[in-house]
Ligand binder design. Structure first.
Ligand SMILES: C[S@@+](CC[C@H](N)C(=O)[O-])C[C@H]1O[C@@H](n2cnc3c(N)ncnc32)[C@H](O)[C@@H]1O
Length: 212
């Protein structure tokens, strides 16, 4: 994969066409993530791909994926956010400034409801970066697994996040999910983020009345 034409994260964050005040403040998108994304998502570059992101905030990860991975004209990104942090207008403005908003669709919904809006077994990559509360993370990772196509990838940010939200953190929820699905998934990266591939023969477990 040729990474030379990819802008680096600081270039994205500092690009005067965009405004990422909270992203910059909280460092929610930084060079380590960019390297990881390039390594794990390179297979989708320059070919039609469908991504979904739970938690888009001001759009840094979304715009980075659109510019660096979803490069094929038919590639699309679905953003899911409940605007809990009030960044909705920023996300829309940044997407418009990217010139790539026609490749993105935003659902302003709670992530719990994502399966009312998108099909199962559909996405090549699902990025889970919404709530940090364990119950919500469990919901999100189960939904991500279900809407991911067999053979596709799921990436969970903040696997090792330590600041409790609603008295809980993401890791036990993601670990519980991994224990439930067993070898239907293959963990492909475990660090601050946890990424897994839904096995190609996992289709039957992704629809119908017995989802996991
Ligand atoms: C850490 S930010 C996402 C950062 C973004 N992925 C990036 O790297 O640029 C988390 C986002 O998740 C959203 N969020 C939190 N809980 C949610 C929920 N239950 N459903 C949908 N969105 C949620 C927040 O509104 C916020 O925009």
């Amino acid at each position: 994969m040729n990474v030379d034409r990819s802008p680096t994260s600081p270039e994205l964050i500092d690009d005067p066409r965009f405004s990422f005040p909270q992203t910059r403040r909280w460092k929610t998108w930084e060079p380590g993530r960019e390297r990881l994304f390039l390594k794990l998502l390179g297979e989708f570059r320059d070919r039609p791909a469908r991504f979904l992101e739970i938690g888009s905030f001001e759009g840094a990860s979304a715009i980075w994926m659109l510019r660096n991975v979803l490069t094929h004209p038919e590639s699309r990104l679905t953003c899911v956010d409940n605007d809990k942090l009030g960044c909705g207008r920023q996300l829309e403005a940044n997407l418009a400034a990217s010139g790539l908003s026609s490749k993105a669709k935003i659902h302003w919904i709670n992530s719990h409801d994502v399966r009312k809006h998108v099909p199962d077994n559909h996405f090549d990559f699902v990025y889970v970066d919404g709530s940090h509360a364990a119950a919500n993370v469990l919901f999100d990772v189960v939904n991500a697994y279900l809407i991911c196509r067999p053979g596709g990838l799921v990436g969970c940010d903040d696997y090792l996040f330590e600041l409790p939200e609603d008295g809980s953190v993401p890791k036990p929820a993601i670990d519980a999910f991994l224990q439930l699905v067993g070898d239907r998934v293959e963990v492909v990266h475990s660090g601050y983020q946890l990424w897994f591939r839904k096995r190609a023969d996992a289709a039957a477990s992704g629809s119908g009345s017995s989802p996991i």
